[in-house]
Design a protein around this ligand. Structure first.
Ligand code: WT7
Length: 612
C-alpha cells in the first residue's frame, strides 16, 4: 500500500526521466544475460527499449525462482467445473516446458517461427506458450471460441509453421470439439508443417485420440522421450515474443507484435505494483490465454513475480452460481482479478451467494476489459471486498500489453474511474487536434510517449502500426473516449471508433458486417453496439436483403449461424432488423453513428453529410 504523497513523488520522478526510471526497474527486477547498451530509442514512429540487451522471459518466469530455492512452490493451479484440480510447481513446470521446447525443436521449429495455439485453458497451453518463448519461437494464441474461418485467417496471416490444439474444451458441462475445427482451418495450407494434438482425459494410451496423417503429432508422444534440459535462447530485447490478433475498425484483425525486453519489464512491474504482491500470494485472474489479459496477467506477469497463478476453465456460474466464490474460499485466493461482465453476472444472482462464503484471504480486487458501472463497483467492494479492499480498475489494451491507468492500492479510488496513469506513463484527454481539454469534458484518451511494452508493429502491416501514432500526430491514439476530473482521475467511457466491446472482448463493426454480406441473402449491412445489462454491449445488425429474399425467422436463424461459422458465437448479433436502406453519406459510406443515435433515441448530430 502506498500513500497519495508517495505515489505522487515517484510518479513525478518517473515522468521527469522515464528512461532512468525504467532502467532502474529493468536492472532491479529482471535478470539479463547481457545488459543493454541503450535504454530507449525513438525514431518516430518506431521505438525500441533496452537495445542490445539479452534475456529470456522464461528464465525470469522459471529458472530464477528455482535457483532462489522456490522450485517446490506451486506455479500454476488448474481447476474446472468438476472441481478437478491439478497443480504444478515451478520445478515441474520448467521440466515440462523444456521437454515441449525440445519437442518443438525436433519438429524443426526455430527462433522466429510462428506457432499458433488453439487450446483450452489448461496447463499444457501454458507449457506450450513458455516453450515457444524458451526457444524464441513466436506464439500466437487464438481464443478457442473462434470459428475455423477466423482461425484460418490468423494462421494464414502469420504463416504458422505449427498449430497446437486439444481434442476438446469444457464449458457448461459440454465438451466442445477443437481438433475438427483445426482440421478445417488448416486444410490445404501447405506451410503448416505439423498439428500437435493434446488428448485430454486420457492418461491411458488406449483412450487417446487416433491421429491421422503424417502432419499430426500427439502432444504426449512428442514430449515422451525429450530431454528435460533446454537452455533458454538468449533473445535480443527487441526480438518478437508473441503476436496477438485483435479487432480494429477495419474488417481484418490486426496482429499486434510484442517484444521480449520491454514486455518482460513492464508486465513484471505492473503485476508487482498494481496487486501489491507479497511472497506466498495465491493470485487468480479469471482471463483466458486467448486474450492479452491471459498473456500478461495469468502467465507472464504472475510467474515472473513467483506467484501461484490460478487458471479456471469454465464460466463463473456453472455448475452453481457460487462456483467462483467456492474457489476463492477453497484456494485461499489473495488477489482476485476479473471483468465487469463477470461481476454483473454474479451480481444478478443476488447477495445471498457471496454471503455464504469466507473471503478472508482476499487482499486486493481488480477489474479489466470494459468500463465498470459505479453500482457494480460498489457491489464488488461490498460483497466481495467486505467494504474495505482496494479495487484496481485497470485500463489498458492488447496494444499496451500492461496496465496503463489505475489507482494503485492505497490511493483514493472512485467508483467507475480507472484513476491515474501508471509510473512512467503520461496520459491526457484531448480534442481531435491533440489539444488538452478542460477537466470534466469528454475527449480522446492519448498517451504521450512510448512505454516499454507498447506494441512494436502490426504484423505484415506497418502502416497500420504507424496510424496509432499519427491519428493525432506524435502521440499514441487509444481509440477510447475519456473524461479527466479536477483531481486528474480518468474515467474511460468506451471506444471512439467503430469497435464494439462485447463482454470485454473487442469486435469490429466492419468485421461483423463483412461476415453478414458474405451470406447469400444479404446485400448490405450496418452493425452497432447497444448497451446491455450483462455484456456491457450487445450487437444489433441492420440488414438490407437482396431483392429475391424476404425476411423470415428462419432467415434470421440462418444468418446468425453464418456469423458463428465466419467469426465466433460472441460475434453473433442479438438483434437483426431488416431494413429497406441504410443511411449513407453522399460518397456512399454507411453512417453507423446515425443508426445508433436513432436506435438509442439520441440526437442524430450533424446530418449535413447524410444523403437524404
Ligand atoms: C479496450 C481494449 C485490457 C485487456 C482486456 C481488453 C476497454 C479495457 C478497461 C477499463 C474501461 C476498458 C477499452 C480498451 N477497456 N479495460 N478498465 N475501463 N474500458 O483488451 O481487447 O485490447 O480491449 O477495452 O475500450 O480500448 P482489448
Amino acid at each position: 500500500m502506498i500513500t497519495n504523497e508517495q505515489f505522487q513523488k515517484t510518479y513525478e520522478e518517473s515522468i521527469k526521466d522515464p528512461e532512468k526510471f525504467w532502467e532502474q526497474v529493468a536492472r532491479e527486477e529482471i535478470s539479463w544475460f547481457k545488459k543493454w547498451d541503450k535504454v530507449f530509442n525513438w525514431d518516430f514512429p518506431n521505438y525500441q527499449w533496452f537495445l542490445g540487451g539479452k534475456l529470456n522471459i522464461t528464465f525470469n518466469c522459471l529458472d530464477r525462482h528455482i535457483t532462489a530455492g522456490k522450485g517446490d512452490k506451486a506455479a500454476l493451479t488448474y481447476l474446472n467445473e468438476k472441481y478437478e484440480r491439478i497443480t504444478i510447481t515451478y520445478k515441474e513446470l520448467l521440466l515440462q516446458v523444456n521437454k515441449f521446447a525440445n519437442g518443438l525443436k525436433s519438429l524443426g521449429v526455430k527462433k522466429g517461427d510462428k506457432v499458433v495455439l488453439y487450446m483450452p485453458l489448461v496447463i499444457e497451453q501454458a507449457v506450450a506458450m513458455l516453450a515457444c518463448a524458451r526457444i524464441g519461437a513466436v506464439h500466437s494464441v487464438v481464443f478457442a471460441g473462434f470459428s475455423a474461418n477466423a482461425l484460418r485467417e490468423r494462421i494464414e496471416d502469420c504463416q504458422a509453421k505449427i498449430v497446437v490444439t486439444a481434442n476438446w474444451t469444457l464449458r457448461r458441462g459440454t465438451k466442445k470439439e477443437l481438433k475438427s475445427t483445426v482440421d478445417e482451418a488448416v486444410k490445404g495450407l501447405e506451410f503448416v508443417e505439423n498439428v500437435i494434438v493434446l488428448s485430454r482425459g486420457s492418461s491411458s494410451r488406449s483412450e487417446r485420440m487416433t491421429l491421422s496423417g503424417d502432419k499430426e503429432t500427439d502432444y504426449h508422444q512428442l514430449i515422451q522421450n525429450q530431454s528435460d534440459i533446454c537452455e533458454p535462447e538468449p533473445m535480443e530485447s527487441e526480438d518478437a515474443l508473441f503476436v496477438l490478433y485483435t479487432s480494429g475498425s477495419t474488417g481484418k484483425p490486426k496482429g499486434i507484435v510484442h517484444t521480449v525486453g520491454g514486455y518482460s519489464v513492464y508486465t513484471h512491474y505492473t503485476t508487482k505494483k498494481v496487486f501489491d504482491i507479497q511472497d506466498g500470494d495465491v493470485y487468480w485472474c479469471t482471463a483466458d490465454f486467448g486474450w492479452i489479459t491471459g498473456h500478461s496477467y495469468v502467465l507472464y506477469g504472475p510467474l515472473s513475480n513467483g506467484l501461484t497463478s490460478l487458471m479456471v476453465e469454465g464460466t463463473p456460474d456453472y455448475p452453481t452460481p457460487d462456483h467462483w466464490y467456492k474457489i476463492i474460499e477453497q484456494e485461499k485466493v489473495n488477489i482476485f482479478y476479473t471483468s465487469p461482465t463477470a461481476l454483473r453476472m454474479l451480481r444478478k444472482y443476488g447477495e445471498e451467494y457471496p454471503k455464504k462464503h469466507n473471503f478472508e484471504s482476499l487482499r486486493i480486487l481488480g477489474t479489466v476489459g470494459e468500463p465498470i458501472n459505479p453500482e457494480v463497483w460498489l457491489w464488488y467492494k461490498k460483497n466481495i471486498g467486505g467494504d474495505k479492499l482496494p479495487i484496481e480498475d485497470t485500463w489498458w489494451q492488447t496494444e499496451t500489453a500492461g496496465h496503463m491507468i489505475v489507482a494503485l492500492p492505497g490511493l483514493t479510488q472512485k467508483p467507475g474511474k480507472a484513476g491515474k496513469p501508471f509510473y512512467g506513463i503520461e496520459a491526457d484527454v484531448v480534442d481531435e487536434k491533440g489539444q488538452s481539454i478542460p477537466a470534466n469534458e469528454k475527449g480522446f484518451l492519448i498517451i504521450k510517449k512510448p512505454w516499454p511494452s507498447a506494441l512494436r508493429d502490426c504484423l505484415n502491416n506497418h502502416e497500420r502500426f504507424e496510424k496509432y501514432w499519427t491519428e493525432i500526430k506524435g502521440v499514441y491514439f487509444t481509440g477510447d473516449f475519456a473524461i479527466k476530473d479536477e483531481d486528474g482521475d480518468i474515467q474511460v467511457l468506451g471506444r471512439s471508433d467503430d469497435v464494439m466491446n462485447i463482454s470485454g472482448h473487442r469486435i469490429g463493426s466492419a468485421e461483423v458486417e463483412n461476415a453478414l454480406v458474405s451470406h447469400p441473402a444479404v446485400s448490405e449491412s450496418a452493425v452497432i453496439g447497444k448497451p446491455d445489462e450483462i455484456k456491457g454491449e450487445r450487437i444489433k445488425a441492420f440488414v438490407v436483403l437482396k431483392p429475391e429474399y424476404s425476411p423470415s425467422d428462419d432467415l434470421i436463424k440462418d444468418i446468425k449461424s453464418h456469423i458463428k461459422r465466419e467469426i465466433a458465437s460472441m460475434a453473433v448479433p442479438d438483434e437483426i432488423e431488416f431494413v429497406a436502406s441504410l443511411p449513407k453519406t453522399r460518397s456512399g459510406k454507411i453512417m453507423r453513428r446515425v443508426l445508433k443515435a436513432r436506435e438509442l433515441g439520441q440526437s442524430e448530430g450533424d446530418l449535413s453529410v447524410l444523403d437524404q
